[in-house]
Design a protein around this ligand. Structure first.
Ligand code: SF4
Ligand code: SF4
Ligand code: FES
Length: 525
């Protein structure tokens, strides 16, 4: 596709053909207000908020439906444009409840922001406001407040064109127009929470997130969903070292603008059922024995004394942790058998995003030549079993019993509590993806980096770090002082990952344009 040069507010910009003026203006950091346009949904042209002046055209033009062409000259803040925006806002606010102080969208609401930027008028309307339905239970995850709706139809188009489930419609005319569900229908498709993220106002809110935290207090980090092997790009919104929600982060090559509901709500695993303290086989936690380092020495002695060692790895681990675990198993523990695999049942797969493989890094295990069948490795039994990852022993009770009888000792490196191993195994807490930098390889072989969002709690460390500590406790010069060093070693052995892991900065190599329109990030428009 070719490029064209256009002028916006007297500044020139060269952009790809096919973009509209809202998109082109963003390259100049010029935000053109809009409600109905969304990059993932295309042009609808119903809100008229985006009108701009175009040289040679007598009337204001909608920037969402105005596509760049050589020599186009646009002005976005002339008196006529500003007056038009004020009038659109005045109409939208006629029957709006203006309940920002109790609205969950406050702080990331287009209407609120645009009023402050372009409205700032005193209302001329003194008739009673038209009341509409509030706090409607729209579906398992979504609450609808029809009074706050600006009738942009983003949610309608999402359900019609993306999920093709068509639950929503705008009904009636004039000031009686209202967003509603088809009679007898609920907004219960597996992607319903995307409507909350794309709703520009507080008309659709998330049952899970609403009233849990004010968005201006949230901090954000770029990460990857761990719910399945798609590897959807996400933002982790967090505060006070607690994760509050995942928001979709646009990556056209992976997830577009969307997340599935299960993945979006899987942020809870960052907070819940975590293993925070090192626990010895008797069930005593580190609090009851003298020092963390002493415990690591004890673990080191156990590894040294083992006559046969089997190592199992989870496809929930990052590429970096898998690499460190496999080298530790070989070089430090002298493991005879090693396999990465899963006992977790497959999830649901569909044509939009969801993949049956419920792990984020099966491809990483395969590229590192670790993928294998866990059962023969377990059946063989032995002196010591090393388990890297929490999910490995959770789905098969018979196997769990077999493990207990087949191995003399067990050391488990886990981010979450391990049912059935409260005693009888060393439990060593490791960081989950939200607490460290790392990378996953998705089902297509795309290596995607993620950034730490929250601080680690208790004894928790990234697996590669704790393995280095155990190595040193065994008087071995082994491990890495930083992630960059580990990645250098990893990519020396697997050079195909060099570009993604060494040369790319977080998130950009993965094809992610960090700048988004139409999806809300905390602190952004
Ligand atoms: S509920 Fe939200 S997304 Fe749907 S039409 Fe109203 S404002 Fe737009
Ligand atoms: S499709 Fe998979 S990776 Fe994407 S949000 Fe859902 S569970 Fe997460
Ligand atoms: S008319 Fe252009 S964004 Fe709504």
């Amino acid at each position: 596709m070719g490029s064209v040069t256009i002028e916006i507010d007297g500044r020139q910009v060269t952009v790809e053909e096919g973009l509209n003026v809202i998109q082109a203006a963003q390259f100049l950091d010029i935000q053109i207000p809009h409600f109905c346009y969304h990059e993932g949904l295309g042009v609808d042209g119903n809100c008229r908020m985006c009108l701009v002046e175009v040289e040679g055209m007598p009337k204001l033009q909608p920037a969402c439906n105005l596509f760049v062409k050589e020599g186009l000259k646009v002005r976005t803040r002339t008196p006529q444009v500003m007056e038009h925006r004020r009038l659109v806002l005045e109409c939208l606010f006629l029957n709006h409840p203006i309940d920002c102080s109790i609205c969950d969208q406050s702080g990331e609401c287009y209407l609120q922001d645009y009023y402050l930027d372009h409205g700032n008028y005193r209302s001329r309307y003194d008739l009673p406001k038209r009341l509409k339905r509030k706090r409607v239970d729209a579906g398992p995850h979504v609450i609808l407040d029809a009074e706050r709706c600006v009738l942009c139809a983003r949610c309608v188009r999402f359900c019609d064109n993306i999920t093709k489930t068509g639950e929503l419609r705008i009904v009636n005319r004039g000031d009686r127009s209202e967003i509603t569900l088809f009679p007898g229908k609920k907004l219960d498709n597996p992607y319903s929470l995307n409507t909350v993220q794309i709703c520009p106002v507080g008309a659709l809110t998330s049952k899970d997130f609403r009233f849990s935290w004010r968005v201006w207090f949230l901090k954000s980090a770029h990460s990857i969903c761990t719910g399945c092997s798609r590897g959807c790009n996400i933002i982790i919104d967090h505060a006070d070292n607690h994760a509050y929600r995942y928001q979709a982060r646009c990556n056209p090559q992976v997830n577009g603008y969307w997340l599935c509901d299960d993945g979006r709500l899987s942020y809870k695993m960052i907070n819940d059922h975590r293993l925070h303290v090192l626990t010895e086989p008797s069930g005593n936690s580190r609090d009851t024995f003298p020092r963390f380092e002493e415990a690591l020495s004890g673990i080191g002695r156990q590894i040294e004394g083992a006559s046969s060692v089997t190592a199992l790895m989870s496809p929930d681990l990052s590429n970096e942790d898998l690499y460190a675990a496999s080298r530790f198993a070989k070089e430090i523990a002298g493991s005879q058998r090693m396999a990465a695999g899963s006992l977790k049942p497959d999830g649901v797969e569909d044509e939009l995003l969801r993949k049956a493989d419920a792990h984020p890094n099966t491809s990483g295990c395969k590229t590192l030549n670790l993928w294998g069948d866990l059962k023969p490795a377990i059946d063989a039994g032995g002196d010591l079993l090393l388990v890297f990852g929490s999910d490995l022993l959770q789905y098969d009770n018979a196997l769990l019993k077999k493990i207990r009888s087949s191995f003399k000792s067990i050391i488990i490196f886990a981010s979450h509590e391990m049912k059935g191993f409260e005693t009888g195994a060393w439990l060593i807490p490791i960081a989950c993806h939200a607490e460290m930098d790392g990378s996953f390889t998705n089902f297509e072989g795309r290596v995607q980096k993620f950034d730490a969002a929250i601080r680690r709690r208790g004894d928790t460390l990234p697996l590669w770090r704790i393995l280095g500590k155990i190595g040193r406790a065994m008087q071995r010069e082994w491990g890495w002082s930083d992630l960059a060093g580990l990645r250098r070693d990893l990519t020396d052995e697997f050079p195909q990952w060099k570009e993604a892991l060494i040369e790319a900065t977080p998130s950009n190599k993965t094809g992610v344009p960090l700048k988004m329109t139409g999806t809300k990030e905390a602190g952004e428009e």
